[in-house]
Design a protein around this ligand. Sequence first.
Ligand SMILES: Cc1cc2nc3c(=O)[nH]c(=O)nc-3n(C[C@H](O)[C@H](O)[C@H](O)COP(=O)(O)OP(=O)(O)OC[C@H]3O[C@@H](n4cnc5c(N)ncnc54)[C@H](O)[C@@H]3O)c2cc1C
Length: 385
Amino acid sequence: MTHGMTKRSAVVVGAGVFGAWSALRLARDGWRVTLVDAYGPANGRASSSDHSRVIRAGYGADTIYTQWATEALTDWQWLSKKSGETLVEECGALFLGESGSAHLAATAATLTTCGVTHERLDAAAVASRYPQLGVIGLGDAIYEARGGVIRARRAVAAAVATARAYGVTYRQARVLPPDESASVPVVHLADGARLEAEQIVFACGPWLPALLPDAVGGRIRPTRQEVLYFGVPAGDVRFAVDRLPVWIDFAAGVYGIPDLDTHGFKIGLDRHGPAIDPDTADRVVGEDAIATARAFLARRFPALMDAPLVDAHVCQYENTTSGDFIIDRHPCWTNVWVVGGGSGHGFKHGPAVGKHVTDLLGGRAAVEPRFALAGKSTEAARAVY
Ligand SMILES: Cc1cc2nc3c(=O)[nH]c(=O)nc-3n(C[C@H](O)[C@H](O)[C@H](O)COP(=O)(O)OP(=O)(O)OC[C@H]3O[C@@H](n4cnc5c(N)ncnc54)[C@H](O)[C@@H]3O)c2cc1C
């Protein structure tokens, strides 16, 4: 803390998981912070919305994400204690792959290097442990014991509430796109007010390309993504979080979350959908998504193949070229930061992103080359899974 001294000040625009944790970590570090969001923390349009997100440390050969996810889990548990809410269920994460999958081999090697508890399982072991899961076409699997699911919307709400308890001022207002050709950046709100701070963080998820067209533009491409919740049979507890881990079927491009809080068995389609406008898009899932999910259920969770659809959600990924985040200075302004590009996997890393942002603004860290704007092009070449 900076008792008796003037606090350093920051405005954080965007109260999704990245902005909420940036505000919280900055405030914990003694900064005076204003957090602004147009629609509210983890609102229905935001990428951080919906009930649940997968948490896992397994990321192929990507040590940086394995380490960040591991650090972040400690912070999520800290936030759970602080807020008195169970935000995370460590029900385990199961990665399913084809026989000889290079991705799974790289994942296991990285988990070993980073000291993350995991087991290799073959199809027979998966079948005997989880008889509710069909193993047709399955080769290898990895079980990560401390993977699981986070209650996403509640977790962002808890981060914002805790940030406020640390002194953050929260305002619900839309920030206007700044004039990127001006020599000094100015944050104007749509209601005419102007916010002053030494440092400005734009953590606006899929809105970043429109808000900062010069700096970001086509380097982030928001795509429409669909998740479906299927009702489990009456009295059937085999699909609850104490009986099944979260799972990712890499070959199928499908992942799922057990029946968390009896809301339904969640199926997510990970293939990139068409372009989406996060402000104006209607959020009704398409028949083809339902058909794809049902065909998948018939193969992997046959007991659910005729289960009714009980809820659905359309969200968006904010994809960078490779899937790596953007956490970098604005090219024209030394005190403005661009934080986003979660690319369908950012949620779990929120606390680590917030810490890194705090270290950057405090001059304690350098921009991580993988997260630099400079390396991002407008072409899609996904490399992070
Ligand atoms: C379907 C789906 C499934 C996913 N699954 C997983 C998963 O299992 N595990 C995982 O780790 N990650 C997952 N992700 C990715 C993760 O959810 C995102 O990477 C993360 O939530 C991005 O957070 P953000 O804070 O950058 O963006 P957002 O949550 O979109 O937050 C941006 C905020 O900025 C605000 N804003 C925008 N413009 C303005 C403005 N002009 N003025 C004021 N406020 C503004 C918005 O209102 C919004 O609240 C998934 C994403 C989707 C869509």
